[in-house]
Design a protein around this ligand. Structure first.
Ligand code: S3P
Length: 171
């Protein structure tokens, strides 16, 4: 698969897998535009993510997320960092897979957990470490179903970006 800047590159993976950090660097590296799906949701809804969860529950957030997924699937040339739950829903995966290449970033649960444990993400606040580990397991299968490619992305940022570029360039 070669890098086609007319198609989107969609990064999926657990919270803390590096979707936003690596997505920004990847977009710079490939001369593409970077978009964070959670930012689109926040703009659409006029509320931050924890507020959406608090006011409308997780189901309300998932509806807003689906609206953003459909909107973004109509765009081209983006490096898109999805939210950790987005590609676990078939309706979002179907829409986004058609717009480009979906890459699963999978550095492992402990790496992700270290990065997210002190953040205000609603799912981190609402779950214990072992519940999050179980969620990681379940979601790994869902990300694998949604993705065209899987990348470990555990090293330093620039080597992770190169790992993604190499994976995207593989025939
Ligand atoms: C979520 C991940 C978050 C955000 C929301 C729900 C999830 O995005 O979309 O809190 O279900 O894993 P990040 O993966 O960018 O943290």
């Amino acid at each position: 698969m070669s890098v086609d800047s007319g198609r989107n590159i969609i990064l999926c993976g657990f919270m803390g897998s590096g979707k936003t950090t690596l997505g920004k660097l990847l977009a710079q590296r490939l001369g593409m535009e970077f978009v964070d799906m959670d930012d689109v949701i926040v703009r659409n809804e006029g509320m931050c993510v924890p507020e959406i969860f608090a006011q409308r529950g997780e189901a309300g957030f998932r509806d807003a997320e689906h609206k953003a997924a459909v909107q973004l699937a109509a765009s081209r040339g983006l490096v898109l960092a999805t939210g950790g739950g987005a590609l676990t829903f078939a309706r979002n995966a179907e829409a986004l897979r058609q717009s480009g290449t979906v890459v699963f970033l999978n550095p492992g649960f402990e790496v992700c957990y270290t990065r997210i444990r002190k953040t205000d993400r609603p799912l981190v606040q609402g779950n214990t470490k072992s519940q999050l580990r179980q969620l990681y397991r379940v979601r790994t299968e869902q990300y694998r179903r949604a993705a065209h490619l899987e990348v470990r992305a555990r090293g330093n940022k620039s080597s992770c970006v190169e790992e993604v570029v190499v994976a995207l360039s593989r025939p």
